[in-house]
Design a protein around this ligand. Structure first.
Ligand code: TYD
Ligand code: ZN
Length: 405
């Protein structure tokens, strides 16, 4: 029997995607034979409402010295993080000698706002390549996984944190208990934790099942986050929806009873009841919509192939690994995927083995259609790819439903 990794109750998977490669495991042809696969299964806990993978992949396989995701790769995300940094900085304005920690600080995009203003700060990230990119920007960075031991060492050296920030990080952490114990140790009595991650309510509403992949061990809601943090004396005091990453939630957390909860929390809990996010039938319906989406995308790509149309993927996202492998999309149906990340270019996509090429290849010879894997960056991409449109190019989307236009 499988058990919820938050509360220990028995859980049953509601969806199995079958064997999947590492979502960010872009590889060379000579590595195809040794590629590893893991069963991707997702379950809902009826007791604490946490949606989670049943078999988390060992973190060292995902977050290492060649982690190919750089936050600074998106100008809109960079702007988003600068706004968040400004808000946190404002809340700290009256703290003398404030100390800010970011967990999962990647290439230092967010903390740079603090380092350039001379604020005491520390980033923590286990992937050496991105940690080094952060240091090169002047962002102090500790290259390791964050847990209670790391928190204690940080407190010894710097003291407790006035603010802890984590963006698109906590859902990646397999052991939420080690994480919560670390936060409890690191946070000042009156301090605030601000974190954001893709929001379960949006994933269910939009059928954006491509958010489900090895690195996302959890799919949070206000209900499940409260259930997770409450035993550690922490409570959610604010929740604000964010448009980024196709629908994220920003949770503000404090020690219980220290700060009053804002109205956003009760409103979100009410909305989650209305959406029945705590009811098992929501997840059987979600599964049915996922299966229908797969059929529609496969039908469309097969039809385009039969018509002799050239299709390229746009954005070699982690999310695309779930789509490509679950839908059985081959290099026959998608010629290549274009991506701005040098570490991915010249390699092949995990599992499906579709070549990744630079934007120059895309611009040199536009395909007839582009399948937008980076749909969460649609605005930014649409604005810069006007020539593709003018040349008659069509965008294929699959969130919230499969469309071509
Ligand atoms: P993103 O959707 O942020 O992440 P995830 O890997 O979590 O699914 O990844 C965006 C990817 O798309 C990244 O590899 C960079 C690429 N990209 C482009 O190729 N062009 C662009 O204009 C943008 C915004 C992203
Ligand atoms: Zn549970």
């Amino acid at each position: 029997m499988r058990r919820c990794r938050v509360c220990g109750s028995a859980i049953e998977p509601f969806m199995s995607f079958g064997p999947m490669p590492l979502a960010n495991g872009f590889l060379r042809a000579e590595e195809f034979a040794s590629e590893a696969f893991f069963d991707l299964e997702v379950a809902f806990c009826e007791r604490c409402a946490m949606v989670q993978l049943t078999e988390p992949v060992p973190p060292e396989l995902m977050f290492h010295e060649q982690y190919p995701f750089y936050t600074s790769g998106s100008t809109l995300m960079t702007a988003h993080f600068h706004r968040l940094a400004a808000e946190v900085a404002q809340s700290l304005a009256r703290e003398p000698d404030a100390f800010v920690v970011e967990i999962g600080s990647n290439d230092g995009t967010l903390l740079q706002a603090f380092s350039s203003g001379g604020t005491r700060h520390l980033g923590v990230d286990p992937s050496r390549n991105v940690a080094e990119a952060a240091r090169a920007k002047g962002v102090e960075t500790l290259c390791r996984f964050f847990d209670e031991q790391a928190a204690r060492e940080i407190v010894l050296e710097y003291g407790q944190a006035d603010a802890i920030i984590a963006c698109n990080c906590f859902c990646h952490v397999g052991d939420l208990h080690a994480l919560a114990a670390g936060i409890r140790a690191l946070l000042k009595p009156g301090g605030l934790l601000v974190f954001e991650d893709p929001y379960l309510g949006d994933i269910v509403r939009l059928t954006s099942y491509d958010q489900i992949y090895d690195e996302h061990a959890y799919y949070f809601s206000a209900g499940s986050v409260s259930a997770w943090l409450s035993p550690y004396g922490l409570e959610v005091i604010d929740a604000q929806p964010q448009a980024v990453h196709g629908g994220s939630m920003r949770y503000t957390v404090a020690r219980k009873g220290v700060h009053p909860a804002r109205a956003g929390v009760a409103a979100l809990r009410a909305e989650e009841s209305r959406m029945a996010l705590q009811a098992p039938h929501t997840y059987s319906l979600f599964r049915r919509r996922i299966e229908q989406s797969r059929e529609a995308l496969r039908d469309l790509l097969t039809r385009l192939h039969q018509q002799g149309k050239r299709v390229a993927g746009y954005g070699a996202t982690s999310k695309s690994t779930t789509i490509l492998n679950y839908c059985g999309i081959t290099p026959e149906l998608i010629e290549y995927i274009t991506d701005t990340t040098p570490l991915k270019q010249g390699k092949f996509s995990p599992g499906a083995h579709i070549p990744v090429r630079s934007p120059a290849a895309f611009h040199f010879d536009f395909p007839d259609c582009a399948l937008l894997f980076a749909w969460n960056h649609a605005e930014e991409i649409g604005a810069k790819e006007t020539a593709f449109r003018s040349a008659g190019g069509k965008w294929i989307r699959y969130v919230p439903r499969v469309t071509i236009e």
